[in-house]
Design a protein. Structure first.
Ligand code: SAM
Length: 315
Protein backbone atom coordinates (compact mmCIF):
# COMPACT_ATOMS: atom_id res chain seq x y z
CA UNK A 1 0.00 0.00 0.00
CA UNK A 2 1.24 3.47 -0.85
CA UNK A 3 1.98 5.79 2.08
CA UNK A 4 0.98 9.47 2.24
CA UNK A 5 4.56 10.26 1.40
CA UNK A 6 4.49 8.13 -1.77
CA UNK A 7 1.27 9.86 -2.90
CA UNK A 8 2.82 13.24 -2.15
CA UNK A 9 5.96 12.39 -4.11
CA UNK A 10 3.81 11.38 -7.10
CA UNK A 11 1.91 14.67 -6.89
CA UNK A 12 5.12 16.68 -6.64
CA UNK A 13 6.67 14.80 -9.52
CA UNK A 14 3.68 15.45 -11.83
CA UNK A 15 3.62 19.11 -10.78
CA UNK A 16 7.27 19.44 -11.74
CA UNK A 17 6.67 17.88 -15.14
CA UNK A 18 5.12 21.16 -16.32
CA UNK A 19 8.61 22.69 -16.18
CA UNK A 20 11.85 21.87 -17.94
CA UNK A 21 14.98 21.16 -15.87
CA UNK A 22 16.38 24.48 -17.07
CA UNK A 23 13.34 26.41 -15.82
CA UNK A 24 13.58 24.72 -12.42
CA UNK A 25 17.34 25.37 -12.21
CA UNK A 26 16.80 29.04 -13.09
CA UNK A 27 14.04 29.38 -10.52
CA UNK A 28 16.24 27.65 -7.95
CA UNK A 29 19.03 30.14 -8.63
CA UNK A 30 16.57 33.01 -8.18
CA UNK A 31 15.35 31.43 -4.96
CA UNK A 32 18.93 31.08 -3.64
CA UNK A 33 19.69 34.72 -4.47
CA UNK A 34 16.51 35.70 -2.71
CA UNK A 35 17.52 33.70 0.43
CA UNK A 36 21.06 35.09 0.43
CA UNK A 37 20.06 38.68 -0.20
CA UNK A 38 17.02 39.02 1.98
CA UNK A 39 16.63 35.77 3.86
CA UNK A 40 13.03 35.53 2.78
CA UNK A 41 10.89 33.87 0.12
CA UNK A 42 8.14 36.45 -0.14
CA UNK A 43 9.12 36.93 -3.76
CA UNK A 44 8.02 33.44 -4.72
CA UNK A 45 5.19 34.25 -7.00
CA UNK A 46 5.93 31.97 -9.91
CA UNK A 47 4.76 28.40 -10.18
CA UNK A 48 8.31 27.57 -11.35
CA UNK A 49 9.65 28.90 -8.03
CA UNK A 50 7.34 26.50 -6.23
CA UNK A 51 8.59 23.67 -8.44
CA UNK A 52 12.13 24.74 -7.50
CA UNK A 53 11.29 24.91 -3.77
CA UNK A 54 9.70 21.47 -3.73
CA UNK A 55 12.60 20.04 -5.76
CA UNK A 56 15.50 21.63 -3.99
CA UNK A 57 14.48 22.75 -0.48
CA UNK A 58 11.44 20.81 0.63
CA UNK A 59 13.28 17.45 0.95
CA UNK A 60 15.65 19.09 3.45
CA UNK A 61 13.05 21.08 5.41
CA UNK A 62 10.93 17.91 5.52
CA UNK A 63 13.88 15.88 6.85
CA UNK A 64 14.55 18.45 9.59
CA UNK A 65 10.90 18.54 10.69
CA UNK A 66 10.66 14.75 10.53
CA UNK A 67 13.72 14.43 12.76
CA UNK A 68 12.01 16.67 15.34
CA UNK A 69 8.74 14.75 15.13
CA UNK A 70 10.61 11.46 15.66
CA UNK A 71 11.60 12.77 19.08
CA UNK A 72 7.96 13.09 20.12
CA UNK A 73 6.60 10.24 18.02
CA UNK A 74 4.83 8.56 20.92
CA UNK A 75 2.52 11.50 21.60
CA UNK A 76 0.03 10.88 18.75
CA UNK A 77 -1.37 14.39 18.21
CA UNK A 78 -4.81 14.64 16.61
CA UNK A 79 -4.48 18.22 15.38
CA UNK A 80 -1.74 20.33 13.82
CA UNK A 81 -1.45 24.04 13.07
CA UNK A 82 1.23 24.53 10.41
CA UNK A 83 2.30 28.20 10.41
CA UNK A 84 4.21 29.46 7.36
CA UNK A 85 3.20 26.16 5.82
CA UNK A 86 4.74 26.68 2.37
CA UNK A 87 3.98 23.56 0.33
CA UNK A 88 2.67 21.77 3.44
CA UNK A 89 6.00 20.30 4.55
CA UNK A 90 5.32 19.99 8.30
CA UNK A 91 1.78 18.70 7.76
CA UNK A 92 3.06 16.06 5.37
CA UNK A 93 5.78 14.95 7.80
CA UNK A 94 3.16 14.78 10.57
CA UNK A 95 0.76 12.74 8.42
CA UNK A 96 3.51 10.33 7.52
CA UNK A 97 4.23 9.66 11.18
CA UNK A 98 0.70 10.02 12.54
CA UNK A 99 -1.70 9.01 9.73
CA UNK A 100 -4.67 9.30 12.09
CA UNK A 101 -4.29 13.05 12.45
CA UNK A 102 -7.83 14.44 12.36
CA UNK A 103 -7.34 18.15 11.68
CA UNK A 104 -4.60 20.06 9.89
CA UNK A 105 -4.76 23.85 9.62
CA UNK A 106 -2.25 25.44 7.25
CA UNK A 107 -1.51 29.16 7.33
CA UNK A 108 0.49 30.59 4.44
CA UNK A 109 0.30 34.11 3.07
CA UNK A 110 1.39 33.32 -0.45
CA UNK A 111 -1.55 32.45 -2.71
CA UNK A 112 0.24 30.10 -5.13
CA UNK A 113 1.98 28.24 -2.28
CA UNK A 114 -1.33 27.86 -0.49
CA UNK A 115 -2.93 26.49 -3.70
CA UNK A 116 -0.06 24.06 -4.06
CA UNK A 117 -0.39 22.66 -0.53
CA UNK A 118 -4.13 22.32 -1.04
CA UNK A 119 -3.63 20.26 -4.22
CA UNK A 120 -0.89 18.18 -2.59
CA UNK A 121 -2.77 17.32 0.59
CA UNK A 122 -6.07 16.64 -1.20
CA UNK A 123 -4.26 14.21 -3.48
CA UNK A 124 -3.52 12.01 -0.44
CA UNK A 125 -7.18 10.97 -0.10
CA UNK A 126 -7.08 10.93 3.67
CA UNK A 127 -9.87 11.42 6.16
CA UNK A 128 -7.97 14.29 7.77
CA UNK A 129 -9.83 17.62 7.61
CA UNK A 130 -7.58 20.21 5.96
CA UNK A 131 -8.09 23.96 6.21
CA UNK A 132 -5.93 26.31 4.17
CA UNK A 133 -5.83 29.92 5.33
CA UNK A 134 -4.12 32.37 3.04
CA UNK A 135 -3.19 34.70 5.89
CA UNK A 136 -0.28 36.34 7.65
CA UNK A 137 0.93 34.32 10.64
CA UNK A 138 1.63 37.48 12.62
CA UNK A 139 -2.05 38.39 12.64
CA UNK A 140 -3.76 35.01 12.21
CA UNK A 141 -6.06 34.41 15.16
CA UNK A 142 -6.85 30.86 15.96
CA UNK A 143 -10.10 30.26 17.82
CA UNK A 144 -8.80 26.93 19.09
CA UNK A 145 -5.72 25.21 20.45
CA UNK A 146 -3.92 22.46 18.56
CA UNK A 147 -1.99 19.52 19.96
CA UNK A 148 0.95 20.37 17.72
CA UNK A 149 1.94 23.76 16.28
CA UNK A 150 4.84 24.23 13.87
CA UNK A 151 6.91 27.18 12.66
CA UNK A 152 8.99 25.47 9.97
CA UNK A 153 11.80 27.58 8.47
CA UNK A 154 9.67 30.72 8.66
CA UNK A 155 10.82 32.84 11.62
CA UNK A 156 13.94 33.89 9.68
CA UNK A 157 11.71 35.52 7.08
CA UNK A 158 10.26 37.95 9.64
CA UNK A 159 11.67 40.99 11.39
CA UNK A 160 11.93 40.88 15.19
CA UNK A 161 8.59 42.56 15.80
CA UNK A 162 6.90 40.10 13.45
CA UNK A 163 8.77 37.18 15.04
CA UNK A 164 7.39 38.15 18.43
CA UNK A 165 3.86 38.49 17.03
CA UNK A 166 4.14 35.09 15.31
CA UNK A 167 5.54 33.45 18.45
CA UNK A 168 2.69 34.85 20.55
CA UNK A 169 0.09 33.55 18.08
CA UNK A 170 1.82 30.18 17.85
CA UNK A 171 2.16 29.75 21.62
CA UNK A 172 -1.43 30.86 22.30
CA UNK A 173 -2.63 28.22 19.84
CA UNK A 174 -0.45 25.45 21.31
CA UNK A 175 -2.18 22.84 23.42
CA UNK A 176 0.82 20.58 23.85
CA UNK A 177 3.88 21.01 21.60
CA UNK A 178 5.41 23.79 19.54
CA UNK A 179 8.13 22.76 17.08
CA UNK A 180 10.38 25.37 15.47
CA UNK A 181 12.91 24.59 12.75
CA UNK A 182 15.41 27.04 11.23
CA UNK A 183 18.42 26.87 8.91
CA UNK A 184 21.55 25.97 10.92
CA UNK A 185 23.32 29.33 10.63
CA UNK A 186 24.70 31.55 13.43
CA UNK A 187 22.17 34.24 12.52
CA UNK A 188 19.19 31.86 12.67
CA UNK A 189 20.51 30.46 15.96
CA UNK A 190 20.24 33.99 17.43
CA UNK A 191 16.63 34.15 16.26
CA UNK A 192 16.00 30.77 17.85
CA UNK A 193 17.46 32.04 21.14
CA UNK A 194 15.04 34.97 20.98
CA UNK A 195 12.18 32.46 20.55
CA UNK A 196 13.59 30.28 23.35
CA UNK A 197 13.70 33.20 25.80
CA UNK A 198 10.16 34.22 24.93
CA UNK A 199 8.81 30.68 25.34
CA UNK A 200 10.62 30.00 28.63
CA UNK A 201 9.30 33.30 30.01
CA UNK A 202 5.84 32.13 29.00
CA UNK A 203 6.04 28.84 30.90
CA UNK A 204 7.38 26.70 28.08
CA UNK A 205 9.27 23.51 28.93
CA UNK A 206 12.01 22.43 26.55
CA UNK A 207 11.78 18.87 25.30
CA UNK A 208 14.76 19.18 22.93
CA UNK A 209 17.51 19.95 22.18
CA UNK A 210 18.36 21.72 25.47
CA UNK A 211 18.60 19.61 28.64
CA UNK A 212 17.80 22.70 30.75
CA UNK A 213 16.00 26.05 30.80
CA UNK A 214 19.09 28.08 31.74
CA UNK A 215 20.76 30.50 29.37
CA UNK A 216 22.24 28.65 26.39
CA UNK A 217 25.97 28.22 27.21
CA UNK A 218 26.86 28.58 23.52
CA UNK A 219 25.62 32.18 23.54
CA UNK A 220 28.84 33.11 25.34
CA UNK A 221 30.99 31.55 22.61
CA UNK A 222 31.58 31.89 18.87
CA UNK A 223 29.80 28.58 18.35
CA UNK A 224 26.10 28.04 17.78
CA UNK A 225 23.73 25.16 18.46
CA UNK A 226 22.84 23.30 15.29
CA UNK A 227 22.46 19.75 14.06
CA UNK A 228 22.57 17.83 10.81
CA UNK A 229 20.30 15.44 8.99
CA UNK A 230 21.37 13.43 5.94
CA UNK A 231 18.92 12.96 3.09
CA UNK A 232 19.30 11.22 -0.20
CA UNK A 233 18.87 13.22 -3.37
CA UNK A 234 16.62 12.17 -6.23
CA UNK A 235 17.66 12.83 -9.84
CA UNK A 236 15.50 15.94 -10.05
CA UNK A 237 16.83 17.18 -6.69
CA UNK A 238 20.40 16.85 -8.06
CA UNK A 239 19.42 18.56 -11.32
CA UNK A 240 17.72 21.47 -9.53
CA UNK A 241 20.83 22.03 -7.44
CA UNK A 242 23.29 21.21 -10.23
CA UNK A 243 24.90 18.82 -7.77
CA UNK A 244 26.41 15.37 -8.27
CA UNK A 245 26.37 13.94 -4.74
CA UNK A 246 23.67 11.36 -4.05
CA UNK A 247 22.97 12.88 -0.63
CA UNK A 248 23.09 16.15 1.23
CA UNK A 249 23.50 17.10 4.87
CA UNK A 250 20.98 19.68 6.00
CA UNK A 251 22.29 21.76 8.87
CA UNK A 252 19.45 23.03 11.01
CA UNK A 253 18.52 24.34 14.44
CA UNK A 254 15.35 23.46 16.26
CA UNK A 255 13.32 23.73 19.43
CA UNK A 256 10.62 21.44 20.73
CA UNK A 257 8.70 23.12 23.54
CA UNK A 258 5.93 21.70 25.65
CA UNK A 259 3.22 23.35 27.71
CA UNK A 260 3.54 20.53 30.22
CA UNK A 261 6.31 20.40 32.78
CA UNK A 262 8.87 17.74 31.87
CA UNK A 263 11.89 16.14 33.53
CA UNK A 264 15.16 16.65 31.73
CA UNK A 265 17.45 13.80 32.66
CA UNK A 266 19.85 13.86 29.77
CA UNK A 267 22.70 15.71 28.19
CA UNK A 268 22.87 16.46 24.44
CA UNK A 269 25.74 15.52 22.12
CA UNK A 270 26.57 18.84 20.49
CA UNK A 271 29.14 17.81 17.91
CA UNK A 272 30.17 14.75 15.95
CA UNK A 273 31.72 12.36 18.53
CA UNK A 274 35.49 12.18 18.15
CA UNK A 275 36.59 8.56 17.90
CA UNK A 276 40.21 7.95 18.91
CA UNK A 277 41.98 4.63 19.50
CA UNK A 278 40.68 3.32 22.82
CA UNK A 279 38.41 6.24 23.63
CA UNK A 280 35.61 8.50 22.39
CA UNK A 281 35.26 12.21 23.14
CA UNK A 282 31.75 13.59 23.54
CA UNK A 283 31.00 17.32 23.66
CA UNK A 284 27.90 17.65 25.76
CA UNK A 285 25.40 20.34 26.62
CA UNK A 286 24.62 19.93 30.32
CA UNK A 287 22.54 21.96 32.77
CA UNK A 288 25.47 24.11 33.81
CA UNK A 289 27.95 24.21 30.91
CA UNK A 290 29.34 22.60 27.78
CA UNK A 291 31.46 19.69 28.96
CA UNK A 292 33.74 17.23 27.23
CA UNK A 293 33.39 13.64 28.41
CA UNK A 294 35.92 10.94 27.63
CA UNK A 295 34.56 7.42 27.38
CA UNK A 296 37.26 4.76 27.41
CA UNK A 297 37.14 1.21 26.09
CA UNK A 298 37.53 -0.08 29.63
CA UNK A 299 34.06 1.29 30.39
CA UNK A 300 32.72 -1.60 28.27
CA UNK A 301 28.91 -1.12 27.95
CA UNK A 302 29.13 2.66 28.22
CA UNK A 303 31.81 2.65 25.50
CA UNK A 304 29.67 0.34 23.33
CA UNK A 305 26.74 2.73 23.76
CA UNK A 306 28.91 5.80 23.04
CA UNK A 307 30.24 4.24 19.84
CA UNK A 308 26.69 4.12 18.45
CA UNK A 309 25.89 7.73 19.27
CA UNK A 310 25.84 10.51 16.72
CA UNK A 311 25.78 14.31 16.77
CA UNK A 312 22.44 15.45 18.23
CA UNK A 313 21.68 12.31 20.24
CA UNK A 314 20.82 12.32 23.91
CA UNK A 315 23.46 10.99 26.28
C1 SAM B 1 11.18 28.78 3.75
S1 SAM B 1 9.48 28.53 3.53
C2 SAM B 1 9.16 27.17 4.64
C3 SAM B 1 7.96 26.40 4.22
C4 SAM B 1 7.69 25.17 5.06
N1 SAM B 1 7.28 25.50 6.40
C5 SAM B 1 8.88 24.27 5.08
O1 SAM B 1 9.44 24.04 6.17
O2 SAM B 1 9.27 23.77 4.02
C6 SAM B 1 8.71 29.86 4.40
C7 SAM B 1 7.25 29.99 4.06
O3 SAM B 1 6.65 30.90 4.97
C8 SAM B 1 5.80 31.78 4.24
N2 SAM B 1 5.72 33.04 5.00
C9 SAM B 1 6.70 33.94 5.22
N3 SAM B 1 6.25 34.94 5.98
C10 SAM B 1 4.96 34.67 6.26
C11 SAM B 1 3.94 35.35 6.99
N4 SAM B 1 4.19 36.50 7.61
N5 SAM B 1 2.71 34.79 7.06
C12 SAM B 1 2.44 33.62 6.43
N6 SAM B 1 3.36 32.94 5.71
C13 SAM B 1 4.61 33.46 5.62
C14 SAM B 1 6.48 31.95 2.89
O4 SAM B 1 5.58 32.38 1.90
C15 SAM B 1 7.01 30.54 2.65
O5 SAM B 1 6.06 29.75 2.00
Amino acid sequence: MQSSLDHALNYISSYKQAFSSKEIQKAHEALSICYRAKGRTQDINEEAMIAAYVSARMPATYAAMDMCFQMIKNVFPTSILDLGAGPGTATLAALNLWPKLKIAILVEHHAAMSRFSKGLLNSLNLETRFEHHQKDITSFSSPKEYDLVTLGYVLGELNQEQQLAALKKAWDATKEFLVITMPGTPHDYQTLMFARDFLIQNKGYIIAPCPHRNKCPLQETNDWCHFSVRLSRTKSHKRAKKGELSYEDEKFSYLIISKKETDQNFTRILRKPIKRPGHILLDLCTADAIKRETVTKSQKDIYKNASKKIWGDEW
